[in-house]
Design a protein around this ligand. Sequence first.
Ligand code: HEC
Length: 101
Amino acid sequence: MKKSTATVIFTSLMMATSGAVIADGAATYQKACVACHMTGAAGAPKLEDKAAWAPRIAQGKDVLYNSVLNGKGAMPPKAGQAQLSDDEIKAAVDYIVSQAK
Ligand code: HEC
């Protein structure tokens, strides 16, 4: 009995956590990425431009993570937001990939 209650609590905690990660990706995108990726500023691929994203997504997520963490072309390292953790950056990349596919 005790054990199953703990399992339920653990499971709902895990679900709450993974839900938060998805929300964080969207929130981080809105804060840190939207300025360029919404408008195409500085030559950034627009979020809804699936044709522009397809070859980038095909490189694999690790390449995309590295591009944002270390910078690529006109995009500065961590999109210029050094206070963001690597996980926040990765969640924002995951969000972009989920929207652009
Ligand atoms: C200052 C403008 C700017 C901001 C802010 C910005 N980006 Fe970018 N991003 C770019 C540009 C420009 C490119 C294209 C770089 C190239 O291919 O030369 C790009 C490319 C990318 C790519 C593709 C990388 C690849 O390897 O093809 C990803 C993924 C990406 N951005 C994610 C993000 C995320 C996530 C954020 C927010 C945390 C963000 N960007 C914020 C300008 C920006």
